[in-house]
Design a protein around this ligand. Sequence first.
Ligand code: CP
Length: 399
Amino acid sequence: MAIRKAGKTLTGRNLVSIFDLADGEIQSLFGLADEMAKSKGRNKICDDKILATLFYEPSTRTRFSFEAAMLRLGGGVISCADVQSSSVAKGETLADTVRILSAYADLMVIRHPLEGSARVAADYAEIPVINAGDGPHEHPTQTLLDLYTIRREKGRIAGVNVALVGDLKHGRTAHSLAYGLARFGGKLTCVAPEGLEMPADILARLARDYSLQPEFYHSLGDFISGPGQFAPRGDKLVLTEEVLRRIDVIYVTRVQKERFNSPQEFEAAKGSYAVTLDLLRRARPDTLIMHPLPRVDELSYEIDADPRAAYFRQAAYGLPVRMALLAAILGKHKIKSEIAATQLKAVDLTTAGMRCPNPRCITTSEHYLRAKFLPVASAPDKATCYYCDQEATVNVSLE
Ligand code: CP
């Protein structure tokens, strides 16, 4: 049995998935982020704390904003510029690395290319762990700042129609945000090129748990054909101008080059969509353009000066949101917990011969890990991997 840590407040809690935070806890964090944005951390409430940042993948925004947040709160940061300059290069496991860092820091932020890695870190570390992205799986603090941006700029999340545009198959920010929007009553439109659609298990969970049925399109339409030349291709899966005018937020993601199985697959997908000045001319005057960044070629530089281009403001909101999260987890601001202490009952199916079917799951590379699964209440023959959430068919009882 796995027990997710929970007490009377957020103090000491892990944040591995956006589901590790209850709705009320997220709202309280947003209130605290508003305070942090005003005070800019003038009171150095974390001056006795150290943050460790452990990044196995590149980052600009997430890593620098977490480190800046800790410094603004008066705390210290330990890190290494390249994890290959640490003893990871000598073959040290994830479990041992996080156990060692637990002796040196009070809280850890981890990014790793494999799905479920942050759950492993949380299980083996003796300090709280925040997931800064585990492969294509989740990026919960990006979702916090995305929801915070929508709340700040639109005044609400409920009823806001967000078009997720781009590589929805591999984009972890899109996955976590879809769940976040569903929980707060947002509406969802998915615009993804063929082959890069939102994974079926995420859509199934949105429908099952939130009755959320997104609209689907494959293309933004031929908005790049020149001024005044809007020319939808007659394909019913092209997003039309009429649909565009119902959208409150266009949330664009890049084609995730590093997640493709072959360069040929990436070449076929790249450059297949872009938000341009021409599209903005046809959007409503209050439609926000968001992007978790970095961008490649899917956001024209021409739109940067338009007040609807919110992506640099969005990245900036990451600082107060992460300050709030650090202060709450380190016990410097008490946010009431709304999550029960025992939530997860994972069953070890290693001896039954089960393996997680996901080739990107952390269990494929960290061989001390057991094959642990969680039951799916509505389907007795299904279970989800405890680490990466991948659904699998089981032929043994999980009772
Ligand atoms: N949005 C985001 O995660 O950016 P980085 O990869 O630069 O951290």
